[in-house]
Design a protein around this ligand. Structure first.
Ligand SMILES: [Zn+2]
Length: 284
């Protein structure tokens, strides 16, 4: 998006944050959040100012994930402090299976839900054989990172899971990343039922950046949900010409009507944001 258009957009919305594409900025001392271009699926890399690294999901293409991690972190970096799997579908877990042998994983994170599939079993078995601790998150709980950066689990609650849904998408860890005034809502593949649960519980989901749920499918990102999040930018992590028709036109229309800038990994490649806790910068 041209700089002028971005500035105009912010003036319209009276938002305090500077959001402008500025290529080539160094991330020195800032939080970097990258939505990796892994084709169909999600993979989000968080690097804190003190150098902690958190990977959320891994897409389904192991080569793409490994290449993206090398691009972001360099060939000599070999450690990820946390690897979080939002839910066990192949387009989130399969890529992670390429980490073994190349990357050391400090701690693995999953959900409470049990599930069996070849890709997920491979993930769990390898974690076990390499004696990597796996913790299972539910809401409410928060991972505290350095510089006051937090990753808060907004969904699912245990009671929501106990409602007996077999919709794995709705078991997705929905996470709010906060650094000072800057926030990212990472919605996994959660669908409308989760959005309604969050709204009914009155959870604060306001964020400048929304990682659109379920690759922009029509069964998520309701108008009410969007109004509560109030994002400036929506990131859709999606593969070119995917078999699912993602993102759905209805979702794109809802985002456009809400005046949200849409960024897609199938069009833009990896999409990164830098934050010093006060200002948020989009780099491309
Ligand atoms: Zn997915």
């Amino acid at each position: 998006m041209p700089l002028v258009a971005a500035a105009f957009y912010l003036w319209l919305n009276s938002q305090p944050l500077a959001l402008s594409p500025q290529p080539g900025l160094a991330d020195n001392g800032r939080l970097k959040v990258s939505f990796l271009d892994v084709g169909q699926g999600d993979a989000i890399l968080i690097k804190t100012p003190a150098g902690q690294k958190v990977l959320i999901d891994g897409g389904e293409n192991q080569e793409k994930l490994l290449a993206d991690l090398a691009d972001e972190l360099g060939w000599f970096d070999k450690r990820l402090d946390y690897v979080i799997l939002t839910h066990p579908h192949a387009d989130h877990v399969k890529g992670l299976n390429g980490l073994f042998g190349r990357w050391q994983i400090g701690q693995a994170v999953g959900t409470l839900l049990e599930h069996t599939s070849s890709a997920y079993d491979f993930w769990l078995n390898n974690l076990k054989s390499k004696q990597i601790k796996i913790v299972r998150w539910r809401s409410p709980q928060t991972l505290e990172l350095d510089n006051g950066i937090s990753l808060q689990v907004l969904s699912p609650t245990e009671s929501f899971l106990k409602q007996g849904t077999y919709n794995l998408n709705n078991s997705s860890l929905v996470l709010l990343l906060t650094y000072g005034r800057t926030k990212w809502l990472l919605a996994g593949d959660a669908e409308t039922e989760v959005e309604q649960d969050l709204l009914a519980r009155g959870v604060d989901i306001n964020a400048q950046v929304l990682k659109v749920a379920h690759h922009g499918s029509s069964g998520a990102t309701s108008q009410e949900f969007l109004a509560a999040v109030g994002p400036q930018v929506a990131v859709i992590s999606v593969g070119k010409n995917n078999d699912f028709g993602h993102p759905h036109e209805r979702t794109l229309n809802r985002l456009e009507r809400a005046g949200v800038q849409i960024l897609r990994t199938d069009q833009a490649g990896t999409i990164s944001f830098l934050s010093d806790g006060q200002t948020l910068e989009l780099i491309k």
